[in-house]
Design a protein around this ligand. Structure first.
Ligand code: HEC
Length: 143
């Protein structure tokens, strides 16, 4: 997956310089609730595939999911992963993930990691998380 070791070195170096644990250095770190509007409640058991991708179970709601995911992303992820998912190199570029990474994606977002990625299990429901995934998928891939 798209995390390079140089990324970790940079992150560790930054944390050491800050004299603290991994710093939530930039951006808004307070989770922002996402109004999932008319999208279906997907329950709590993690799905292994983005249901809002075209051709999947709720693929007809793709455009709506992109719209909701856009604001969900801006409020919860952009602070670290960059505006429109242009990461700038300090965090993984989420546009690099492919559709085969769905299971990995939901796991990361629900559980977080020990290296500076918070868990969103208690702040975002699955509908919101897959909407964010759908939004990121709608963005142009990095050059
Ligand atoms: C406080 C900063 C921060 C916030 C906020 C944040 N992330 Fe992350 N995220 C990270 C860091 C740092 C990593 C790399 C951590 C690691 O690999 O252990 C990461 C990794 C990831 C990964 C794994 C990517 C890969 O290529 O391995 C996914 C997926 C992800 N984040 C999605 C999200 C989503 C979606 C949101 C918003 C709901 C979000 N993140 C909010 C910091 C953040």
């Amino acid at each position: 997956m798209a995390v390079s070791s140089s990324f970790f070195k940079a992150l560790v170096a930054a944390a050491l310089m800050a004299g603290a644990g991994v710093a939530w250095g930039h951006g808004n770190v307070t989770p922002q609730p996402v109004d999932t509007g008319a999208l279906p409640d997907l329950g709590t058991e993690a799905l292994m595939e983005n249901p809002f991708r075209e051709g999947n179970e709720h693929g007809d709601l793709n455009a709506k999911a992109i719209e909701i995911g856009k604001s969900g992303y801006a409020g919860n992820c952009a602070g670290c992963h960059g505006i429109e998912a242009m990461s700038g190199g300090l965090t993984p570029d989420l546009r690099e993930l492919t559709e085969w990474d769905d299971e990995y994606f939901i796991g990361r977002v629900m559980n977080g990691t020990e290296r500076g990625m918070p868990s969103f299990k208690n702040s975002l429901n699955q509908t919101a998380i897959w909407s964010i995934r759908t939004y990121v998928e709608s963005l142009p891939k990095p050059e």
